[in-house]
Structures are given as C-alpha cells and as structure tokens.
Design a protein around this ligand. Structure first.
Ligand code: F6P
Length: 548
C-alpha cells in the first residue's frame, strides 16, 4: 500500500513499457503461440479475449506483483467484511452485501445489515407484484401503466442503463420515463402524453438534498396535483433514499419509502431499491437474476486466483495503459443497441470513483489516475470516431462488448453482421494491414507510380492499437449483473493500486455550492460583487438578454 510509483517494481514496469513500445502486436502473436489461450478469461457467462492488449506475459506478472504489493487481496476482503474502507467519509462499502442478502450476518454499528437488505427486498417484491398485477391502483381506481423516475447521477444512470438493456426481453410491464436534468425541458418532454391517473412518481435520491432532483420532484408533484387533486397525490408517490425522514417530509407516505444504507454509494446503488424501476419495468424475477449474476461475479472476484481474476486483470491493464503507456482515455463500444446507455453509467462509475489526485493519506498521487472513459454503440461509433482509433495519434484502448445471439428474432443475418463488425474492428485495430497489401489494393484500384505513392500514407493501417473483446452468449439479466459487478470491481482494484479512496466524490461539491450562490445574482436579487470578472460578465450578458 502507499504510493505505487515509489516501488522498485514501478521502475521495472516503466522499463518494460519502453521495451514493449517498440514491439508490434503482430510480433507478440508470432512469438507466443499460446497467447490467445493465456489471455482469454472466462467468468460468469462472460468470455474475455484480452490477447490484443499491448502486454506480454512478463508484463502481466509484473502487474500482478504490483497488485499484491498494493494489497489488493487485503482491501478486497476488507470491503466484503464491511470495514470502513471509504475513509474520507468513514463509511463501509456495502454494495456487495446488497447482492448477497442470505450471506453470513454482517454487523455495522450494532445493526445486522443483511436483515435490513432482505426486508427492503421483500417490500420491493410485494410492491412490484402489486403494481404489475394491478392490485395496487391509483387514486381514480385505475392501474398504473407508467413510472416517472426522478433522480440524477447514480440515482439515474445505472437503473436507466439496465432498463434499456433488458428492453428486448420485456413484453409487458410498467413503462419507465427518467428525468434527471434540472433543465425544464427534461421533465416537460417526459410528461408528454402521460396520464396522471396511471402514473407513479418515484423520487430517488440517496441524500434527498440534491437540488435538481428536489426541484423536478416538486414540479412533477404539482403536475399530479393539477391532474388529480392534493388528496390523491400520496397514492401516486414513492421514494427511495437513505434518508427516509427527508422523503417523509416531502410528503411520501412511510409505506412507500424504500431505504438503503449510507454505505452504498450512488453509482453502486442500482442493486438496492434504487433498482425499483428495473423491477417494475422488467419484473422482479429479472431484478433477482441481475443480483444473482452480480453475486456470481463477486464470488469470482473473491475466489479466483489473481492470475485468472477477470476484474483484477482488467484493472491492471487499465493501470498499465494510464500510467506506463500514457493513454489518456479508454473507449467502451457496445455492439448491442440495448447497451447504448451503458457507457454513461460506466463513465460515472470510473470517473467519479477514480478521478482523484490525492492518496488515502492526503499525499499527492504521482501518476495519472482514472482516465477519461467514453463510448457508444457499435456499429454507430465506426462511422463517427473510429477514424481516430485506427489512424489517429492517440493511444485509446477499447473494450468491445458483443453478444453471440440476438435477443430479437431475426432471420436476415443482421445480428451476425453486427458480430462480424465487432470482431473485425478488434482485428483491424490490432493487426492493421501491411504496406504490401495496401499497395496491392491501390494497384487493384488502378493506381500506379506517383499517384499510388501519394495516397499510400493515407491508406496505411499501422495496427498495434489495443482492444479487448468481452463476449456474452446474450446480455440477459444475469449476464448483465455479472458485467456490471465486473466493472465495479475493476474500478475498485484500480483505486487500490493507485492508493486512492474510490468511494468518495468530494470533487462534485464546489460547483454545486457556487451554483446556489449564483442564483440570486442571476435573478437580480443580489449584485455580483465578489464574483470573478469572467462570471460577472456572463451574468451581465444573460441578464441583459433575459430582461430585454
Ligand atoms: O453528483 C454527485 C452525486 O453525489 C453522485 O455521486 C450521486 O449519485 C448524485 O449526486 C445524486 O445524489 P443523490 O442520490 O443523493 O440525489
């Protein structure tokens, strides 16, 4: 533990990076016939081919030694044991307990955590069954058809991405609309066509203090009141929070408030009642399958030797790229339309967790930490930013996600077309094309001499660009649970290696405070004295436009 860059091993990794930079993936494959086998990992329905990453076996063993020196195994057990490893907030990290409700008793401050988790799960199940079966109805006696989910950040991205991911399997259920942004357009558009008599309003906020969420919740509540009257609203309101007192003060009836512990961070909370929209939309059985898939990955993370441990190996590759090879970003490209929101959830997971420059003891970090994570679906991304991935100047490791089978019945081969594209991109990135082949292709197009030579550099595919393929049979609820838990542990292991607290997010506070301070200046109640000149000038322009 401590600053990893101070270790003698770190210097060896840097030296190894220098040697490997001069090698091409083509060479690495040629020299090691067992490379594919050695760099293929299987866990919980996921098959990960990591052979096209810019590493060799020695790199991996150095990285594994780094994980051991940084006590990854010790920190992992401390997390599962419910120790307060989120040191800056003095909190335990309990998302793993959420998917193991029947596990051995887990005590925190004299309270057995799993009993509370089981109780909330049972309440969720009863409620879901009631709403989905039509037993629980709205004030006018009609059944609910829609859920309006209000929440932001971790209180939105995870459940929204999962609902979208399960959509191909869902034939009937409650339709969910998500509202996160305080921009009034978000709620206004979500309300279009909704019938208040058939709509449940769910407010999700761990703290129940987030301004965007409270403002949207008030506006949505007013919409319910306008449609149904004040008396009726209670029957249409529900909340998920770790501060039930605040949800009750907002007017949510006690029996409609679902809770989770403070030790569950927002971006790790979809396994808690924050996953209520998933259960209402896709059914409680699928929510349970999601938890079970995640629990299977927790077991893999705890039990597999580090050498074969998928989250550990992925995290170590991330450290390798960020710190030794200097990659500033990573891309995740999901060849699965239903995973289109996944990159946004993963972006929060990684960047809010590991976008840190201070170590646990308050000392500065001396190496880059969390890279920029971005991405979208394939094949769409191929027609947008893949040019840069293939021929640009930056090193961008790519995670390619793809399913062998489609969840939509089709007979015209479009799914295989999708799969072919996923595999082809990884292949083209890694191996590129030799100049001789490019020359042949240009000649086949009728080019010769100077014209050919002029075009050749532009048509060159150098390759040696890393990617990993994470393959599933299909991304059903259980496999999705495993994939999401895999990513959580990946982020956790990165943080342990960097010696940072991955579970706080102090960096989001200052901007929130400043926004609150600016409001009275923007509305003209206060002058902008004390503001910096740039903000003052912007405020003046905005006020001039709004007032003219
Ligand atoms: O933006 C910071 C953050 O605290 C996230 O970590 C969190 O998921 C989000 O805001 C929403 O917070 P809450 O669930 O308390 O409304």
């Amino acid at each position: 533990m401590g600053d990893p860059t101070g270790l003698a091993l770190w210097a060896r990794l840097v030296a190894k990076g220098r040697t490997l930079r001069g090698r091409h993936l083509r060479q690495l494959f040629a020299e090691d016939p067992a490379r594919v086998e050695d760099f293929t990992f299987e866990a919980c329905g996921l098959w990960a081919d990591l052979s096209r990453h810019l590493v060799d076996r020695e790199t991996l063993s150095l990285l594994l030694a780094l994980a051991r020196l940084q006590e990854v195994e010790v920190w992992r057990e401390r997390m599962f044991a419910g120790e307060r490893i989120n040191t800056t907030e003095e909190r335990a990290v309990l998302h793993v307990a959420l998917r193991d409700p029947e596990g051995p008793p887990l005590w925190l401050d004299g309270v057995e955590v799993r009993a509370a988790i089981r109780r909330e799960l049972e309440r969720m199940e009863r409620f879901c069954e009631g709403v989905r079966s039509g037993r629980i109805r709205g004030a006018t006696g009609e059944g609910f058809t829609h859920l309006l989910h209000i929440g932001i950040g971790g209180s939105e991205l995870g459940p929204r991405a999962v609902c979208e991911a399960l959509r191909p399997e869902v034939r009937e259920g409650i339709e969910v609309r998500f509202v996160a942004n305080v921009d009034p357009q978000d709620l206004a558009l979500a309300l279009r066509g909704l019938d208040p008599a058939r709509t449940l309003l769910l407010v999700v906020s761990k703290t129940f203090t987030t301004r965007e969420t409270l403002l949207n919740a008030q506006a949505a509540r007013a919409w319910l009141v306008a449609g149904l009257g004040e008396e009726a609203v209670g029957g249409h309101l529900l909340a998920v929070s770790s501060r039930p007192d605040r949800a009750a003060a907002f007017g949510v009836p006690d029996e409609r408030i679902f809770g989770f512990g403070e030790g569950v961070g927002g971006r790790f909370s979809l396994w808690s009642p924050v996953g209520l929209p998933i259960a209402l939309f896709a059914g409680f059985d699928r929510f349970r399958a999601l938890l079970e898939g995640a629990r299977a990955m927790d077991r893999h993370f705890r039990e597999a030797p580090l050498e074969r441990n998928l989250p550990v190996v992925l995290a170590l590759l991330d450290v390798w790229y960020a710190d030794i090879l200097g990659a500033e970003s990573r891309a995740v490209v999901a060849y699965d339309e239903s995973l289109r929101l996944l990159p946004l959830h993963l972006q929060q997971l990684e960047m809010e967790s590991n976008g840190k420059s201070v170590r646990r003891d308050g000392g500065e970090v001396h190496c880059p930490t969390g890279p920029v994570l971005w991405g979208s679906t394939g094949t769409n991304g191929q027609h947008a930013y893949f040019q840069l991935l293939h021929q640009g100047t930056r090193l961008v490791p790519v995670d390619i996600l793809v399913a062998a089978e489609s969840r939509i019945a089709e007979t015209d081969g479009r799914h295989l077309e999708l799969v072919a594209n996923a595999l082809a991109q990884s292949r083209a990135l890694a191996f590129g094309r030799s100049d001789a082949e490019t020359r042949r292709e240009l000649m086949a197009e009728g080019l010769t001499g100077e014209a050919l030579d002029r075009l050749l550099p532009h048509r060159r595919f150098p390759g040696n660009r890393p990617s990993g393929v994470i393959l599933a049979r299909r991304f059903d609820a259980a496999t999705l649970g495993a994939l999401l838990a895999l990513w959580e542990h990946r982020v956790f292991v990165q943080g342990v290696v960097w010696d940072i607290d991955s579970f706080d997010q102090w960096g989001v506070e200052l901007g929130k405070r400043m926004a609150a301070e600016l409001l009275p200046v923007l509305s003209g109640e206060m002058d902008g004295e004390g503001l910096d000149p740039a903000t003052r000038a912007l405020v003046a322009r905005i006020r001039a436009w709004r007032e003219s």
